[in-house]
Design a protein around this ligand. Sequence first.
Ligand code: ADP
Ligand code: MG
Length: 699
Amino acid sequence: MAADPRRTPAQPKLSLDTPVTYLKGVGPARAQALAKLGVIFARDLLYHVPHRYEDASTVSRIADLEAGMDGTVIGKVVSKGVIPTRKGLRIFQAVVKDASGMLEVSWPGQPFLDRTINKGDVLLLAGTVRFFHGRQLQPREFVNLGPEEQGTGGGRVLSVYPATEGLSFRQIRALVESHLDLLLPQVRETLPPDILKLAGVPPLPEALRMVHRPTSIAEALEGRARLAFEELLCVHVLHRRANALARDKRDGIAFANRRQLTSALKAALPFELTGAQTRALREIVMDMTSDRRMHRLLQGDVGSGKTIVALFASLLAMENGWQAAVMAPTELLAEQHFRTFSRLLEPLGIRPVLVTGRLSARERREAAALMEQPAPLLVVGTHALVQEATQFARLGFVAIDEQHRFGVEQRKALGAKGHAPDVLLMSATPIPRSLALTLYGDLDVSILDEKPPGRQPITSAMRPESARERVLQFVESELQKGRQAYVVYPLIDESEKSDLKAATIAYAELAEGPFASRRVGLLHGRLPGDEKDAVMRAFRDGELDLLVATTVIEVGIDVGNATMMLIEHPERFGLSQLHQLRGRVGRGGEQSYCILLGDVGQEAAERLQTFVGTEDGFEIARADLRLRGMGDLFGERQSGEPTFRVADPLRDEELNLRAREAADRLLTRDPELTAPESQGLRNVLSTRYARALDLFRVG
Ligand code: ADP
Ligand code: MG
């Protein structure tokens, strides 16, 4: 393009690749806000799809709302104002009205809304109705649809867009609305016709129209399914391709099952392996003794005993003359594994090597010297293991613990060391098989669905705020027995908008108040790494009685003497996260407790009841997925993984199966995606997944 579009006097030609800055109605501030939503080019605006729809079938009449009900209403603001309370809290209140009646709406602590919500504005409100001098709604969520005239447009479906600070849902909707007719005709179909037919979804331009401007909610969902299908298809295509390449490129090492070191360990173990451990090991031995390279995920609930399985596999490699490496996401965890391995291998006369960032220059040199010898060796470490300088002479087996804590690059980098070592990934986040397949492609999966015997069940309970004092006394009684306790908060800092007690404040309160005579430590995400480790070490070594922490303690730390897990604001955690936290106690022989403390709403209480009622991580994960969708299961995005904007591999299970089938069909007839009919998909892959095309030979 020759001319700068800004200088073109006539309407500039708008294309899908036009940066949004050049769109009518977008200035620098809005462009910045749009960028935060991932909208950089006009094309991205099309893919910024509504996360919710409202129409007559989802919105209640105000008159029909009753206290205790959860509902969505649309009403016009007839009066509003800020009310101070005795405690100094300022409440913004409005009265809204629809054809059937009026309703009081209240936003405690949000007086600033007075500036953005005006009389005559139409609001979409969702939340639970409570009884407070009559019916009152405290919105969980609301959308200002603007002055009446621009309201919902009389019975049409309302598309609600994800918004961000400085850019309201309404502004986004207006922006999409005013550019949709220009952009849609430029959208080209990306998939071959037979694939579309197999998927049973509408063509792309039609689907985009359906999601942005649906005539019914059913139509909106049909459009959404099309976008979801494409995302799922891309991921399957990438995984297929990655696996095909991995398989072509390298055969694995065929170890022999010599039963020397492994048998010696079995004889020396202070316990019997569980049935599940034996099963998983058998699967691993099959992989390792075949000439195909192992790529297996070992999945097992917290405390199911994954570490020892990795140790057996390491020994199998070592008794064949190879080196083995076990990588953990934190120094603490690496040290823990190192200690465990050292203890268990002592009778066998084997001394593992520890490699972390904490090594002195001399220790590092010593470790390096050992690793450069082509002799059997077990190395335990952090991501320091994947660093350039770390050289293995004969690496044959790699285990990656808490693998979801690592980026794809790090996982790949370790696997790339040595001679195509067999790889075992381990994860304590129990994920259903269908999801594992989607996230990791054709990874083989072993499951530890059984806990070692003799574990005492952990007593879990929910307690209201009014019981705080008694609960803290109970914690103290555990400390008196010489045990240790965790108190966990969902926050790391007092946030302006929140009235929740942050861990730092709570720490001061607990340390100076009820636990003044105890040694109390504080652990949160903003501490520098070595300070974090120092605090955790002190707790592990019994130098602290009570640890006030945020979720940073989640990762596999084993402190057998800790018997109490007290969780504040439990409603702010996902169930799987709570389960991980609970797994920090009950590791010794003592009775352990997990107490959820605080007043929570009815909905949250029901959700938390699922957690209190079972210790089965798989059951909890399923409930979590049903309730919250997949993003939250991990607590954070898996860095570097292709992620989904629209699709949800579990909820879209049927669609996901069709996407797998479609990926198979496509790659069978065009493995390199070079045919003209594959061009559309290639483009999608290259724009959406930047590194993806590395997997396909270019040019
Ligand atoms: P996770 O699967 O959460 O990583 P670990 O491997 O840390 O679990 O094991 C938890 C604890 O259970 C460790 O103390 C370990 O020694 C112990 N353990 C593992 N397997 C058995 C078994 N078969 N019998 C008894 N205890 C076991
Ligand atoms: Mg573990």
